[in-house]
Design a protein around this ligand. Structure first.
Ligand SMILES: [Zn+2]
Length: 268
């Protein structure tokens, strides 16, 4: 099979992961900017991270002939410090011209706090002013439904943004309809412990159709599975889906969304 990994934090993964992903049929990997597992102490930490996402990591992936793309932002977990968050946002335009950058992400909310919301608004404005795609992280567990509604409503009410250029990630059964009805794309995150399992993700596809959904592993420095996407394809095969449908979900769909950024060069 061929597939796209649309959400993976490869800076936290080993070269063995690159090798197994390519062997399983991965044709491109996309890496949103994320929390490092600790708070960065200054804007310089983000400068170095953005250099890693746009220079070092694409070169590391290229050793495995795997195209690597990235998204840039300060993640919601670090948005409480408004001064630092604004310093980081002010630096992002300098990186938007780099050739592997897909857009602004993964922005969003974590605990649905007031400061997180302020920084979300400023990121959405940054994306609108620079005509960038948007990738959104939605909160966990009891904060997810409220957070997803806040995010979708904020973006929906900005007339400068075409909803088909926005992907809301980590959707679940109770949030998928709100996202799809708003004209946005949804991401199903396949996690062994939280978020979605493969059978749940495929149930959601069956309920809502495959047109504007993709699946990702969101593998990072925590408990996560870099091959979760091809494993979900195997679960679809087990349920009797044909190769063409599997190719649509795991390859043509992400390509269709990501090709809205001219930097994304993979052709379906
Ligand atoms: Zn992530």
């Amino acid at each position: 099979m061929r597939y796209i990994e649309p959400h993976a934090h490869m800076v936290s993964r080993t070269t063995d992961d690159y090798l197994t992903m390519v062997t399983a049929g991965c044709k491109a990997v996309c890496e949103p900017a994320f929390w490092a597992g600790y708070d960065r102490s200054s804007v310089n930490g983000f400068y170095d991270y953005f250099c890693q996402l746009t220079e070092y990591e694409p070169n590391r992936a290229a050793k495995f002939k795997l195209p690597h793309y990235s998204w840039l932002c300060i993640n919601p977990k670090e948005a409480e410090d408004l001064v630092l968050a604004r310093e980081v946002i002010a630096m992002i335009p300098d990186f938007l011209g780099r050739k592997n950058v897909l857009g602004i992400g993964e922005i969003g909310l974590n605990k649905n706090s007031r400061n997180e919301y302020i920084i979300l608004e400023e990121h959405v404005n940054l994306a609108a002013e620079n005509n960038q795609l948007i990738l959104v992280h939605t909160p966990h567990l009891e904060d997810k439904l409220k957070g997803t509604r806040l995010i979708v409503d904020l973006i929906k009410n900005d007339s400068r943004i075409d909803p088909s250029r926005v992907l809301i990630d980590h959707i679940e059964e109770h949030t998928v309809k709100y996202v799809i009805d708003a004209g946005m794309w949804g991401g199903l995150t396949l996690y062994p412990e939280s978020k979605c399992t493969s059978p749940r993700a495929i149930d959601i596809l069956e309920d809502f159709g495959a047109d504007r959904l993709w699946m990702n592993s969101a593998c990072d420095w925590g408990v996560s599975v870099p091959l979760a996407v091809p494993y979900a394809a195997q679960e679809m095969r087990r349920r009797g889906y044909d190769d063409d449908t599997i190719d649509q979900v795991f390859f043509r769909n992400p390509v269709k969304f990501l090709r809205q950024c001219e930097n994304f060069k993979v052709i379906a």
